[in-house]
Design a protein around this ligand. Structure first.
Ligand SMILES: Cc1cc2nc3c(=O)[nH]c(=O)nc-3n(C[C@H](O)[C@H](O)[C@H](O)COP(=O)(O)OP(=O)(O)OC[C@H]3O[C@@H](n4cnc5c(N)ncnc54)[C@H](O)[C@@H]3O)c2cc1C
Ligand code: FES
Length: 317
């Protein structure tokens, strides 16, 4: 069967990755142990890169200590942390969908927590993340005062990322629907898109703070509406907005419950609209190795959602 998986790291500076070492590349048939070449990949040949690179992982992501330059509590359980990470790292992290792993310096590796980049300041060489404090990992991270261990940058924080970063996005009519800590990746994405597009925003502020929005959401063309997405009257208003504006793309950054609810609303009202959604899978290594993020479809195929794009979106429709 031909491989139709889209790997977020394929062709990037982190390709070939660890999966190539064990004949488990998601894209390249040669690096899946086959003796023929029958992949759908249209970029630079991954097999050739692997051989030319002496069969090594390209630019493996390594932990490094990053200084905490700012830490602000917006609510008792909502903290924004700004880290000094270097220019190259901040540049890579400025792309929508970027996330990093953080842990306290003296914590074991299993405390590493995936967190979306909310803001990246390339000049100051800093990234900011917002943490909703829940249990052992997030509680431990926010205890840190001086430094945090950082690993990244990882790219698969948003499924359907091409609908945001492709060149032909310019001029498209885009709506972002955001709830809770989905606000963190949403603000990076909105600020990125506003450089070239009009973007409308529907924000449910439950469990997040207006001050956080004021501090990190930039300015751009488009309306911003505050709604309670659990409320039926507001849901009707959102439905009317979808019909009236006939968006080309709807980006939903929320929990799986609200992704499903709103994706269905989009399908029912503007079925031609493209979707992008937050990646809410359990992510542990981010490298396609540990299997924490695996899903199995009805044909028995396994997908590693820390790397794969587009496979899960189909299930929503
Ligand atoms: C790509 C990605 C980006 C994320 N970005 C942010 C962010 O910007 N800000 C933020 O506050 N949170 C973010 N999260 C969620 C964050 O990783 C979890 O809230 C955190 O791991 C919870 O750990 P805990 O020990 O505090 O709580 P736990 O009690 O262990 O978990 C609380 C909830 O978080 C989920 N969770 C636990 N571990 C993981 C994991 N490794 N991957 C995904 N979900 C997990 C659990 O399923 C549960 O629903 C992101 C998750 C992913 C996958
Ligand atoms: S998180 Fe480890 S394989 Fe995806």
């Amino acid at each position: 069967m031909k491989n139709s998986i889209d790997c977020v790291d394929a062709g990037s500076e982190n390709c070939p990755c660890y999966l190539a070492l064990t004949d488990d590349c998601l894209i390249c048939s040669r690096l899946q142990g086959k003796d023929c070449c029958d992949c759908n990949w249209k970029g630079v040949c991954i097999y050739n890169e692997f051989i030319q690179g002496n069969k090594r992982v390209n630019n493996p992501r390594k932990d490094f200590p990053a200084e905490i330059v700012k830490k602000k509590y917006y609510l008792d359980d909502l903290v924004a942390i700004t880290l000094q990470v270097g220019k190259g790292f901040a540049l890579k992290a400025s792309r929508p969908g970027s996330y990093i792993f953080l842990r306290k310096e003296d914590s074991e590796n299993f405390y590493e927590t995936p967190l979306c980049v909310m803001a990246a300041d390339i000049e100051k060489e800093q990234v900011t993340i917002a943490i909703k404090v829940i249990s052992s990992k997030t509680k431990t991270i926010v205890e840190a005062e001086d430094r945090l261990m950082v690993r990244g940058v990882y790219r698969n924080g948003i499924l359907g990322i091409n609908e945001i970063t492709d060149r032909d996005v310019k001029g498209k009519k885009i709506l972002m629907v955001v709830k809770g800590i989905g606000l963190a990746p949403a603000m990076l994405t909105a600020n990125y898109l506003w450089l070239k597009n009009r973007v409308d925003l529907v924000i449910d502020r439950e469990k997040v703070s207006e001050d956080l929005i004021a501090d990190y959401l930039g300015e751009g063309e488009g309306i911003i509406k505050y709604m309670n997405l659990a409320d039926q009257i507001d849901q009707k208003e959102l439905k009317d907005l979808l019909i009236r504006e006939n968006y080309d793309t709807v980006i939903i950054l929320a929990s799986d419950h609200f992704i499903k609810l709103i994706a269905k609303m989009v399908k029912d009202t503007i079925p031609q609209a493209k979707l992008a959604v937050s990646n809410n899978f359990n992510i542990c290594c981010g490298e396609g190795v540990c299997g924490a993020c695996s899903v199995v479809n009805s044909k028995g195929q396994t997908f590693k959602m820390c790397k794969c794009q587009n496979v899960y979106l189909g299930d929503l429709l």
